[in-house]
Each structure stands twice: as structure tokens, then as C-alpha cells.
Design a binder for this molecule. Structure first.
Ligand code: NAG
Ligand code: NAG
Ligand code: NAG
Length: 208
């Protein structure tokens, strides 16, 4: 219970953090709440690990920008950080992050334990959802891993309705400290929180 409350507080820190950043912009740039999910610009220059292969017949559809928190917990006995929980929200443009919560178009559903599940944050305009499992990952020392994920179940009408594959890449943050620091610098049970940003690429079946 105690750690749960701690985590909820950290999530509100994200909101406060993002709101604070946005204050310096909000006065100057008016922002409209988005009415659709997805940035359909081609992901020029976005890094895709060479061993992430999307099967023939699936094509890039759109990209989103992720901002969130990742929590790792130290197991002092094994001296290892265990991925504990994460929260993330998604934006059509990188700069939209500054206008959170008005600018988020989707979220990783935090209530569906064990199932990864993207849900529209603008249900008035888009009712789609997609659940997925990750089938490949390329670890990184300093950042969260790049992931290749396979969609399992699409529902509703909108951007996620026909998604077949998802790639998470260009992660910044979201990794645990070195294992050598678990049980030494950080005590057993310590929950380490880090801000994560990344780009996700979404694919669908079709002809282009
Ligand atoms: C911590 O690691 C030890 C040794 O690997 C393991 O037996 C134990 O179940 C772990 N504890 C938790 C809470 O994961
Ligand atoms: C891709 O390469 C990384 C190392 O660069 C490896 O850890 C991973 O297992 C490989 N395969 C997949 C499908 O991610
Ligand atoms: C697909 O997702 C919907 C909405 O979450 C759920 O009601 C349904 O049971 C799921 N279907 C399958 C086959 O997993």
C-alpha cells in the first residue's frame, strides 16, 4: 500500500513537471485539443534496430511520442533491479508534451495488469484500442530497451483499429541504475523512478 501511494505521487509529479514546462509556453502559444490520433509524417531518420523485421504485407501507418515514468525495484538478495511498473501517455507531436494533459491522444492503460494495452485519450473522436505483446527487444545500458511488439486484439473505431505491429525506439531514460548499486547504494526494496521518452512506430496490414 505504501509503495502504491508513492507511485501515484510520482505520477502526479509527471503531471506537475509537464505542466510547469508548459507554463512558459502556454501564454504565448494557444493549443487546441487534438481530434485525431497519429502523426502520419514518414519517420525519416528514426532508428530501427536491424533485427526488428516487420513481416511482408504490413506497412508503417503513423508514429506517436511517448512520455512517462518507469519504476524499478531493488531486490537486495539477488542484487538485481526488477521492472516494477510504468505509466505512459502519447502525443502526436514531440512539442505537444508541453501541453499535457490537454494534448495527449492515447495512454497505456494502467488498469490492465499484465496486458499491454493502448487506449485512446480522446474517445469523443476515436474509440480504438489495441493490446499487444512484445516479441523482441534490444537492451540498452542507459535507456529503456527498444521493443518490437505484436498486436493481439484491436477494438473500436479509429487509429488503433487495424494496427498489427508496434516498434518502440529512441528511448531516453527509463533504465535502472547498474545492478552493482542495488543492495549497496540503494537498499533492498528501493523503488527507483525515471522519466522515459521515446518514439513509437505503428504498422498496419495493407498495400502501402
Ligand atoms: C529476490 O531474489 C531472490 C534470489 O534470487 C529470490 O529468491 C527472491 O524471490 C527475490 N525476491 C523478490 C521479492 O522478487
Ligand atoms: C536483436 O539484437 C539484440 C542485440 O543487439 C538482441 O539482444 C536481441 O535478442 C535480438 N533479437 C530480437 C528479435 O530482438
Ligand atoms: C479484446 O479487447 C476487448 C476490450 O478490452 C475485450 O473485451 C475482449 O475480450 C478482447 N478479446 C480478446 C479475444 O482478447
Amino acid at each position: 500500500m505504501h509503495t502504491k501511494m508513492f507511485k501515484l505521487e510520482l505520477f502526479s509529479v509527471l503531471i506537475v513537471l509537464l505542466l510547469n514546462i508548459s507554463c512558459s509556453f502556454a501564454g504565448a502559444i494557444p493549443h487546441k485539443t487534438p481530434t485525431s490520433i497519429g502523426n502520419y509524417d514518414y519517420p525519416t531518420g528514426v532508428y530501427i534496430p536491424s533485427n526488428f523485421t516487420i513481416p511482408d504485407g504490413n506497412f508503417y501507418k503513423f508514429k506517436l511520442y511517448l512520455a512517462g515514468f518507469v519504476w524499478h525495484k531493488c531486490n537486495g538478495t539477488s542484487g538485481q533491479w526488477i521492472l516494477d511498473q510504468y505509466r505512459s501517455v502519447y502525443f502526436n507531436h514531440e512539442e505537444d508534451i508541453h501541453f499535457y494533459p490537454y494534448s495527449a491522444v492515447a495512454m497505456l492503460d494502467p488498469s490492465s495488469l499484465g496486458v499491454l494495452f493502448y487506449r485512446s485519450a480522446i474517445p469523443k473522436y476515436d474509440s480504438s484500442t489495441v493490446s499487444f505483446t512484445c516479441i523482441g527487444s534490444v537492451p540498452s545500458k542507459e535507456n529503456a530497451p527498444a521493443e518490437l511488439c505484436l498486436a493481439k486484439n484491436n477494438t473500436g473505431n479509429g487509429a488503433f483499429s487495424d494496427i498489427t505491429y508496434i516498434i518502440l525506439t529512441e528511448a531516453k531514460g527509463g533504465a535502472a541504475p547498474p545492478n552493482t548499486e542495488c543492495g549497496t547504494k540503494y537498499p533492498d526494496g528501493y523503488v527507483y523512478s525515471d522519466v522515459l521518452t521515446a518514439t513509437i512506430l505503428l504498422y498496419h496490414r495493407g498495400t502501402h
